[in-house]
Design a protein around this ligand. Structure first.
Ligand code: ATP
Ligand code: MG
Length: 583
């Protein structure tokens, strides 16, 4: 809005905090110029035709974040205008996910389907104003007469119908007198517009399908481009934020809102919203569109929408991600207009950063190799202190049991090791974390020649923290006491797609089944975990040297422990940054 003297005020650059995005700048300018009377209202408008993914998280953080930051409010609105693919299962999951991410819509929960009556009324008025007409061309004919980027379209032969006839036909469409696809309501704009979206776009179609909320109440349904701007206006939305593919639809968004004066609206509207586009999130090794995610579920390539390999919010939650880490990720990727590909290593970096300081360390042996310490007294147990988190001394110490029989990782022993192998070898020594130095005296094998057990001796003077603990050996191994260890199933996850940009591969004719990473889930049926894990207050911990893990909540009565690896410890994102900085 212009000030009386015609000058639009720009916010002082010094008022723009670092980390602000271009949309915040637009909001600042609007607040400064009192465009919406100081109001800021945004909305998150998912279509309930699938579960939310990490791309939606970006939109949620942006919309709810802008409202929070500017003293405004954000609505949750289900864009449920296409009954054929929508379902209450999706409505419920979306609500759960938004809440879990830490945002609340309070009483501002809306459905586009609640506006069907108003949208219909508005359409009647458009017809009366000569701005919409009932067209009987088939979908195919409409497409064929739409023209191209270089040629104008052709006007429909039904375009000049009189108002009365249009009103009658539209009412009859609503009454269910016609078959799907036999008629549509179209806006009367301009078949020669350089913007194809303005070439008499379809506003309503006939669809004899039950809707998950309105049942059989309607057999005509509004199109997105028609329902969306009006829903925004009905709710008093000021800034309607969407992704870049809607940029070319903005003139239609504006046309729908300006086609009738405010007084003609079916309800009181105080603001005419504006649409602002930003670039959608794309992640490496991931597909993001709901259509493709749905196919993975339907073809049973994954176990469901919440499979921990999925980039859905429910999948990330089951994997063990925290809402804080996802919000942090959304903050770091920023908001821009240029489409780009974000490295999934950044998302992994964010969860590592969150957990590094908070997750207790636990000793867990994933592929156990038994060791008998022959000079350690039988039936004796020592409880040894070990730090819970070297990055956070406030987390203190816990006691781990040490006894004659222990497990170490199979990979921590090699019979014929290469030069730089610093763990156990025949006649070699290694320090057991927070315990003693042991020496490998004897290797026991089965008839196939596989190593099944080691006989070792320990050095009683080498106790960690003890008076003579100064003796140094190169390697340290984690371990658990065989008698005390808990059995657990451990699930190791990797990227769902091997290719960095699976979308490109799919567009080039690749088959999902070939592109999928068959090693994206490896199950270890019986890992050995130190008993302290049962008393852990948080569900997330770091298994030393193995990564961050999440203890899956199980149903009542199931005793077994199942851990999902959220992420390994190798931070390829930080490493890539360091290399880039050195160059
Ligand atoms: P998809 O293409 O994955 O099916 P969609 O855009 O059809 O997504 P909607 O339910 O319509 O899904 O999306 C709700 C909101 O989330 C919209 O405002 C949309 O722009 C936004 N959104 C969807 N995908 C992304 C993404 N990858 N990055 C950022 N925002 C997204
Ligand atoms: Mg959509």
């Amino acid at each position: 809005m212009e000030k009386p003297d015609g000058e639009i005020k720009e916010p002082d650059k010094r008022d723009i905090e670092p980390g602000h995005n271009f949309i915040q700048n637009i909001v600042n300018t609007d607040l400064l110029n009192d465009v919406y009377g100081g109001r800021i209202r945004t909305r998150f408008p998912p279509e309930p035709n699938g579960y939310l993914h990490i791309g939606h998280a970006k939109s949620i953080c942006l919309n709810f974040g802008l409202a929070l930051h500017n003293g405004g409010l954000c609505n949750l609105r289900f864009d449920d205008t296409n009954p054929s693919k929508e379902d209450t299962e999706f409505v419920d999951s979306i609500k759960e996910d938004v809440e879990w991410l830490g945002f609340s819509w309070d009483e501002r929960l809306f459905y586009a389907s609640d506006y069907f009556e108003w949208l219909y009324e508005y359409a009647l008025k458009l017809i009366k104003a000569g701005k919409a007409f009932v067209c009987e061309l088939s979908a195919r004919e409409i497409r064929d007469t739409r023209g191209t980027l270089t040629e104008p379209g052709q006007e429909s032969p039904y375009r000049q119908r009189g108002v009365e006839e249009n009103l009658r036909l539209f009412q009859e469409m609503k009454e269910g007198r016609y078959e799907d696809g036999s008629k549509v309501l179209r806006a009367k704009i301009d078949m020669a517009s350089p913007n194809i979206n303005l070439r008499d776009p379809v506003l309503y179609r006939i669809l004899h399908a039950a809707h998950h909320r309105t049942g059989d109440g309607w057999c005509i349904y509004p199109m997105y481009d028609y329902a969306h701007p009006l829903s925004d206006a009905f709710e008093g939305v000021t800034h309607s934020i969407c992704t870049m593919e809607f940029e070319d639809h903005r003139p239609l968004y504006d046309w729908v809102l300006a086609a009738l004066p405010k007084e003609e609206y079916p309800c009181e509207v105080t603001v005419i919203p504006k649409q602002i586009e930003f670039a959608r999130l794309n992640l490496t090794h991931t597909v993001m569109s709901k259509r493709k995610l749905r196919a993975l579920v339907e073809e049973k390539i994954v176990t469901g929408w919440d499979d921990p390999r999925m980039p859905t919010i429910s999948g990330l939650r089951r994997r063990g991600y925290t809402p804080e880490a996802i919000r942090d990720f959304c903050e770091r990727i920023g908001v821009a207009k240029r489409n780009s590909m974000v490295d999934i290593a950044l998302l992994e970096h964010c969860i590592r950063e969150t957990l590094n300081k908070t997750a207790p360390r636990i000793m867990a042996v994933l592929r156990p190799l038994k060791i008998v310490i022959t000079n350690y007294p039988e039936n004796s147990v020592e409880w040894l202190a070990t730090e819970n988190n070297p990055e956070n001394p406030d987390m203190g110490y816990r006691q781990v049991p040490f006894a004659r029989e222990i497990y170490i990782e199979q990979e921590d022993f090699m019979e014929n090791p290469p030069k730089k192998f610093f763990r156990l070898r025949p006649d070699g020594e290694v320090r057991l974390k927070s315990a003693y130095i042991i020496k490998c005296e004897q290797v026991i094998k089965n008839e196939k020649g596989e190593v099944t057990e080691l006989r070792c001796t320990y050095d009683p003077d080498s106790k960690s923290g003890g008076p003579a603990s100064g003796r140094k050996v190169k390697g340290t191994s984690h371990w658990v006491s065989a008698a005390h260890a808990l059995d657990a199933e451990v699930r190791l996850y990797e990227h769902l797609f091997l290719a960095e940009e699976p979308d490109t591969e799919l567009e080039n004719g690749g088959d999902v089944k070939d592109l999928i990473n068959k090693e994206a889930l490896r199950v270890i049926a019986s890992a050995k975990i130190e008993p302290g894990v049962a008393e852990m207050k948080s569900r997330r911990c770091q298994f030393l040297r193995q990564g961050y893990f999440y203890l899956e909540p199980r149903g009542e009565g199931t005793a077994e422990l199942v851990f999902n690896r959220i992420v390994s410890l190798k931070d390829s994102w930080s490493k890539a940054r360091k290399n880039a900085n050195q160059q």
